[in-house]
Design a protein around this ligand. Structure first.
Ligand code: ASN
Ligand code: ZN
Length: 332
C-alpha cells in the first residue's frame, strides 16, 4: 500500500478492511489521500449531484450490514482502492487517466436501483442499493468493472456498440476478475465470475461466467459473424472466454474453490499461461494497440503483436494467444 490506511471499513462483502481516509480536526472523512484523493459520497437516494462526503467522529466505516448507510461506502471505497492499487502496482498506471488524480464514488443512488455505472463526464462511479434479492452493487468486481470503463474510455476508447462494445464490456470484466484476484480477500475470493456477490438474479448465480459465458443464458461463447448486433454485455462473452482460456487453459479446473469447465469452439485444447500474463497482454493491447473501432479480428492482431513484443513469436505465450483466439472461433 502506498497511502496511509488508518481507517477501518466493516464491509458487506469483504469483511473488515483498512481504508484510506483523511482527518481534519476531530472529523474523519472518506478521502483517500494515498490514492489521488479518491472520495466516497452519499447520495442518500438522490439521483443527481455529488451528494455528501462521508464523514464522522471516528475512523470506522460501516458495520457490515446494508442497513448501515456507511457500509456501502466502505465497500465502494475499498473497491476503488483495490482498483487503484491494481492499476498502479501491476500495470504501472496511476489513476484511471494515468495522471495520479483520483475519481470519486457515489453510493445509495436512487430507490431500489439495481445497477452501477461509470460516467466519464463526472469522472465518477455510482452504485445503487439493489432491490428485493439483489444486494447493494458495491462488490469488488463491480467496482473494478465500472472503473475500468474509465480506463478504456481514456485509452483505446472502444465504442460502446457492435464488436468494439463487446470488447469494451469484456475489458471491464477481465480487469474485474484481475482486481478481485489481486485483492486476495478471503471473504470475496478471486474468481472468473462477475457479480457473484450481489445476487442480482435472486438465486445466487453470478451475472456472468468467463469460463463458459453461455451459462448465463444469453452471453455468447464464441465469435460469429453477426455478433456485433448483440447487446454488448453478451457480445463480451467470447472475449471473456478468450481471457479465461489464455489464463487457465481449456477443460475442467478448480481455482480458489470455484469449479470451471471451458470448452473451445474448435475442440482443440488450450494451455493457459496464467492470469498475470494474460492480463498484461490485454492491458498492453488495450493501451497500445486497440482503437475506438477495434473488432474481434483486430483484437486478435493486437494481442498477438503484444505477445510477440513481450515474449517473442516463437514463445509458448504467443502460441497460447493464437490457440485461445482459435478456441473462440477467431482467426481459424
Ligand atoms: N453496469 C453497466 C455496465 O457497466 C452499466 C451500463 O450498462 N453501462 O455495463
Ligand atoms: Zn460495463
Amino acid at each position: 500500500y502506498q497511502g496511509v490506511d488508518n481507517g477501518t471499513g466493516n464491509t458487506q462483502y469483504s469483511g473488515s478492511v483498512t481504508l484510506g481516509s483523511a482527518q481534519s480536526g476531530s472529523t474523519y472523512n472518506l478521502t483517500d489521500t494515498g490514492r489521488g484523493n479518491h472520495k466516497t459520497y452519499n447520495l442518500n437516494r438522490g439521483t443527481s449531484g455529488t451528494g455528501t462526503l462521508f464523514s464522522g467522529p471516528d475512523d470506522v466505516w460501516g458495520n457490515g450490514a446494508a442497513s448501515n448507510a456507511e457500509t456501502a461506502a466502505a465497500d465502494a471505497h475499498y473497491g476503488a482502492a483495490l482498483t487503484w492499487d491494481y492499476y498502479k502496482n501491476v500495470q504501472g498506471r496511476t489513476g484511471i487517466r494515468g495522471d495520479g488524480v483520483g475519481a470519486y464514488s457515489r453510493v445509495h443512488y436512487g430507490n431500489n436501483y439495481v445497477n452501477a455505472f461509470w460516467q466519464d463526464s463526472c469522472f465518477c462511479m455510482t452504485y445503487g442499493d439493489g432491490s428485493g434479492n439483489a444486494k447493494p452493487l458495491t462488490s469488488i468486481d463491480v467496482a473494478a468493472h465500472e472503473m475500468t470503463h474509465g480506463v478504456t474510455a481514456n485509452t483505446a476508447g472502444l465504442v460502446y456498440s457492435g464488436e468494439s462494445g463487446g470488447l469494451n464490456e469484456a475489458t471491464s470484466d477481465i480487469f474485474a476478475a484481475a482486481v478481485e484476484f489481486y485483492a486476495g480477500n478471503s471473504s470475496d475470493v478471486g474468481d472468473y465470475l462477475v457479480g457473484e456477490k450481489i445476487d442480482i438474479n435472486g438465486n445466487g448465480t453470478p451475472l456472468r461466467y468467463m469460463d463458459k459465458p453461455s451459462k448465463d443464458g444469453a452471453s455468447k461463447d464464441s465469435w460469429y459473424s453477426g455478433i456485433g448486433s448483440v447487446d454488448v454485455h453478451y457480445s463480451s462473452g467470447p472475449a471473456n472466454h478468450f481471457f479465461y482460456l489464455l489464463s487457465e487453459g481449456s477443460g475442467a479446473k478448480t481455482v480458489n474453490g470455484v469449479s470451471y469447465d471451458s470448452p473451445t469452439s474448435d475442440g482443440l485444447p488450450v494451455t493457459g499461461i496464467g492470469r498475470d500474463k494474460a492480463a498484461l497482454i490485454w492491458f498492453k493491447a488495450l493501451t497500445t494497440k486497440f482503437t475506438t473501432t477495434t473488432n474481434y479480428a483486430a483484437a486478435r492482431t493486437g494481442t498477438l503483436a503484444v505477445a510477440g513484443e513481450l515474449y517473442g513469436t516463437t514463445s509458448a505465450e504467443y502460441t497460447a494467444v493464437q490457440n485461445a483466439w482459435a478456441g473462440i472461433n477467431v482467426g481459424t
